[in-house]
Design a protein around this ligand. Sequence first.
Ligand SMILES: [Zn+2]
Length: 217
Amino acid sequence: MTQRAPGSLTCRCGRRSVTVEEDYADPPTADRVTIDADNTAIGASYAKATGAPRFAHGFHRPPGTVTSTFGEWRTFNDGHRAQHLGLDFAAREGSPVAAIDDGIVTLVRDTFLAGTIVVIAPGGGISSLYFHFSKAFVAEGDKVAQGGKIGLVGHTGRTTGPHLHLSFHVPGGMVDPASFIKLPIDARGKLAAQTGGQVLPSASSSSAMNTATDPPG
Ligand SMILES: [Zn+2]
């Protein structure tokens, strides 16, 4: 099906209903304060995604079938809708997660909605975000190499089960990780001029969550 996504881009976005624990579907006030603090921390991590690109090769695709695509609309228990701003990969609880590229860890945080998250900046203004870990092996400021183990798959935060959620933020909004994974990058780290994907501006352009309470699941 085709529908208009924010930013007037055409999006072939699927729809699905998601049932989660009531506190995650409609968080009480105290949790909303936590969610706001999480969003602020994630926004601050984007500001650290500076410097020249550190990658000299393509991004590794995480293993596992894609179970939820970028831009999909979800309807939660209470009927409110949110757009999924990342890619979900099927993965077993406790399986190791490898960094998809070289970079600097800009945030490790236990968040209300996205669970334990790791944000890695591979340079060039890009942030890659990994959600729902059961355990993180890295700390802010760490340098990670492509393929390095950064944590374990879990189902922390608002999820319906264990999986790896991956998001990409660039200045201006969230982009489809599938676009980055496909990019041909040469040995000098030269990025193709055309990323070939759509950009969906997040509400404040400062968060992976398109409203205060709606992270990618
Ligand atoms: Zn997700």
